[in-house]
Design a protein around this ligand. Structure first.
Ligand code: HEM
Length: 374
């Protein structure tokens, strides 16, 4: 490049950075990272897994941070107080979802409950799900069915005694049976219908794929010119709440948040923050005793919060409690070998283990008589 052109380009870039810096300051926008490159913005910073990268950046720049990911302005929130502000004072503002490729393909062109924009369609679906299927009243009505399914699982484990159990599949079959019995009255697994069982396995593979894709963000979601790349995976989103979008201007932590900003709440960062939890990396399940989700200062957000929070929370809490309690009380569990379980995180919305857990179980002596009567 000739010297005058180089000189002019440098002046143009410098003046662009200078004016955008002062425009930001006068607009009182949240802190951001320098530089934000033309067109790609901060996409150059993004490495998998996203929740760890964002947690590192937030530890340095603060819990309320604005990034420019391609054409999207993104607000990254990683403290309980900022999350609280988004889901209480600004709950309606952030009740929208950004339009992303996944919601178009899997969310049937943004018409499914999880991906629908905030509006009449969402309200209608949410009402049907919360009242007709997942209300406390309906959950109580289905109590005996859940006990029945858990009992069938225990019976199956007794026959599988000491042979390896893929724990993920075991929970999957139980969950799908419970959900299908609630919705359609039929069960997929463990019956005497091999065709249904086959259908259930196909559904399981589809769901697995869906969760991996749901956890993935696509380059085209940020740079539309690259949307021809289809569902090319840029990074697994992992334990970030499903993205929200501001439908009007609002204020978070004193900063102005313009309409259209995408909100990412990094609950992984909150759950691993030593300022929030004592020794967060240590296995201390007793730390959760007495905690009731968002009622404890937004420290624990497994189901999100506000109007887009998980409508399945009641069912999930009941199922996790009963299933874990039953399999721990009824069986002794062992690893497959002396080697410690590999806890490496895999890809996907639910942060599954990279290597699914295989384990052996034996009925506890004191439970044997009780279990033989099941
Ligand atoms: C342990 C189990 C579960 C966990 C940890 C969980 C977690 C979550 C989270 C974090 C969200 C996003 C919240 C947000 O956008 O801020 C969500 C949304 C949702 N969950 Fe769950 N969930 C679980 C089980 C279930 C079950 C059993 C159902 C249904 C039977 C369900 C149905 C949904 C739906 C439909 C949404 C989207 C809600 C909306 O956009 O209005 N979930 N869940």
């Amino acid at each position: 490049m000739e010297v005058p052109y180089l000189f002019i380009s440098l002046i143009l870039i410098a003046s662009y950075l200078f004016t955008s810096h002062f425009r930001r300051r006068s607009a009182n926008l949240p802190p951001t990272i320098f530089p934000s490159l033309p067109i790609i913005g901060h996409l150059y910073l993004i490495k998998p897994p996203l929740y760890r990268t964002l947690a590192k950046i937030s530890a340095k720049y603060g819990p309320i941070l604005q990034l420019q990911l391609g054409f999207r302005r993104v607000l990254v929130v990683s403290s309980p107080s900022a999350a609280e502000e988004c889901f209480t004072k600004n709950d309606i503002v952030f009740a929208n979802r950004p339009k992303m490729l996944f919601g178009k393909i899997i969310g049937v062109n943004y018409t499914s409950l999880a991906w629908s924009p905030y509006g009449d369609n969402w309200r209608n679906l949410r009402r049907i799900a919360s009242i007709e299927i997942l209300s406390i009243h309906r959950l109580n009505e289905f109590h005996d069915m859940r006990v029945d399914e858990t009992r069938l699982l225990i019976r199956k484990l007794m026959t599988a005694c000491s042979s390896p159990v893929t724990v993920k599949f075991m929970f999957y079959e139980l969950t799908l049976n419970v959900m299908m019995r609630m919705i359609s009255g039929k069960r997929y697994f463990g019956g005497d219908n091999p065709e249904l069982e086959e259908e259930g396995k196909r559904f399981r593979d589809m769901l697995d794929e869906t969760f991996v894709l749901a956890g993935a963000s696509n380059v085209g979601d940020y740079l539309p010119v690259l949307s021809w790349l289809g569902t090319l995976r840029m990074y697994p989103a992992g334990p970030l709440l499903v993205p929200h979008e501001a439908s009007s201007d609002c204020v978070v932590g004193g900063y102005n948040i313009p309409r259209g900003t995408m909100l990412i709440v990094n609950q992984w960062a909150i759950h691993h923050d030593p300022k929030v939890w004592d020794e967060p990396e240590r296995f201390k399940p007793e730390r959760f005793e007495g905690l009731e989700g968002t009622r404890d200062g937004f420290k624990l957000l497994p189901f999100g919060s506000g109007r887009r929070s998980c409508p399945g929370e009641g069912l999930a809490i009941r199922m996790v409690g009963m299933t874990l309690g039953s399999i721990i009380q009824c069986f002794n569990w062992e690893r497959m070998s002396e080697e410690m379980v590999d806890m490496t995180e895999g890809h996907g919305l639910t942060m599954p283990k990279a290597i699914p857990l295989l384990a052996k179980c034996k009925p506890r002596l004191e439970m044997k008589n009780l279990l033989s009567g099941l």
